[in-house]
Design a protein around this ligand. Structure first.
Ligand code: ASP
Ligand code: MG
Length: 419
């Protein structure tokens, strides 16, 4: 008997029949003797549709009200799934984030979980019921509803798994696991059987949409084993856990890409101590997540600073920048949203010199110009023109030999980007 948390994403819950399928799956798991907690996302594209509706009524919706709105999506799913299970003659009970005690900080739209109480979950499990928890949402200590950032149901699942001491946190999704590249771009991309937290963290933070980055961080910090797998088949997916000898010792694990960021450039910023601090303090105060940063060599006492931010944060960034640019006496600032980031991730980079050189050479050979570069000990990322990113991903996947030997065979991966 195992204690299992199983998270189902929007695609797996897209419509009544799919909800009934998830119900069947949970019941058969329960009947095999496991205790099971399901964490669910909003159905299908509901969250996107709610975001769109908000935009139609307001050019800049307040974050608190966005959370109030977006949290409704998951509440629909938990109720319907519980009903479906009841209809099949089994006991289930649904809880919102507030009800199970997912306590967060007050940063609306990307709140961080500060405490997971889960007493209610334990209690309901002890009565033999299947427990269903709304993903993506929590509440501040004083009862304000918050959400955990897009894709946040993954983090709810891992947090609940940590809270109840689950044996495994299974993330059911519309792809077969974590791939060496997005199979929609690289048909020969291969499913990875197991990967370390460290590498998965870099993959998730650089665009592998299959797991929310924060969920991987949480899993690493609490030692939760995550199994990322398809909700449409029974085949094993990708296990994310602490690195050990059983893992394949690939130098490079994967090539990821990300089109969700924009590049901001400040021109002719005075070159004196404290300027960068002022710019990025302003971004931090506006809760803008800054990714890559480049500052040019200064000419005539001024310099240019470029950095990337999520396109979703552009509204807040814009407001903060108007102010800061005036204060600093910079000449101007601009936004380029036709950029993308391509990254190479692999723990073997630490010990194998020449990976960066080979990456840049490969990109040059396919005529892709590199705009910005950043690295971590196990990742190299380049910002390039958005319309060239697919070429870069394909060339890199090929050069580093990441594909399966026979592509296009029976093992053709399920296409899709993760949900
Ligand atoms: N429904 C939320 C979203 O679409 C949370 C999730 O799916 O994980 O981002
Ligand atoms: Mg997701």
């Amino acid at each position: 008997m195992a204690l299992v948390v199983a998270k189902f994403g929007g695609t797996s819950l897209g419509g009544a029949e799919r909800i009934r399928n998830v119900a069947r799956r949970l019941i058969s798991r329960k009947e095999s003797g496991d205790d099971i907690v399901a964490v669910v996302s909003a159905m299908g594209d509901v969250t996107d549709e709610l975001v769109e509706l908000a935009r139609e009524v307001s050019s800049d919706p307040p974050d608190r009200e966005m959370d109030m709105l977006l949290a409704t999506g998951e509440q629909v799913s938990i109720a319907l799934l519980a009903m479906a299970i009841h209809d099949m003659g089994h006991e289930a009970i649904s809880f919102t984030g507030t009800q199970v005690g997912i306590v967060t900080d007050p940063v609306h739209r990307k709140a961080k979980i500060t405490e997971v109480k889960v007493d209610r979950v334990r209690e309901a499990l002890s009565t033999g019921r299947i427990v269903i928890v709304a993903g993506f949402q929590g509440a501040t200590p004083d009862g304000q509803i918050t959400t955990l950032g897009r894709g946040g149901s993954d983090t709810t699942a891992v947090a609940v798994a940590a809270g109840i001491g689950a044996d495994v946190c299974e993330i059911y999704t519309d792809v077969d696991g974590v791939f060496t590249a997005d199979p929609r771009i690289v048909p020969s991309a291969r499913k990875i059987d197991s990967i370390s937290y460290e590498e998965m963290l870099e993959m998730a933070s650089s665009g592998a949409g299959v797991l929310q980055m924060r969920s991987v961080e949480f899993a690493r910090n609490h030692g939760v084993v995550v199994h990322c797998r398809s909700s449409f088949t029974d085949s094993p997916g990708t296990i994310v856990k602490e690195a050990d000898e059983t893992m394949e010792q690939a130098i490079i694990s994967g090539v990821t890409h990300d089109t969700s960021e924009a590049k901001i450039t400040l021109r002719d910023v005075p070159d004196r101590p404290g300027v960068a601090a002022q710019v990025f303090t302003a971004m931090a105060d506006a809760n803008v997540n800054v990714d890559m940063i480049i500052q040019n060599v200064s000419e005539q006492e001024t310099t240019d600073i470029s950095f990337t931010v999520p396109k979703d944060d552009l509204g807040s960034a814009n407001r903060a920048l108007d102010d800061i640019v005036a204060k600093l006496g910079a000449r101007e600032w601009s936004v380029d949203d036709s950029v993308a980031k391509v990254s190479l991730v692999g723990a073997g980079m630490r010990t194998h010199p020449g990976i960066a050189a080979q990456m840049f050479r490969t990109m040059a050979e396919v005529g892709v110009n590199i705009d910005m570069i950043s690295t971590s000990p196990i990742r190299i990322s380049c910002v390039v023109a958005a319309d060239q990113v697919a070429d870069a991903v394909r060339a890199l996947h090929d050069v580093f030999g990441l594909g399966s030997d026979e592509s296009g065979g029976e093992d053709e991966p399920t296409h899709g980007g993760g949900e």
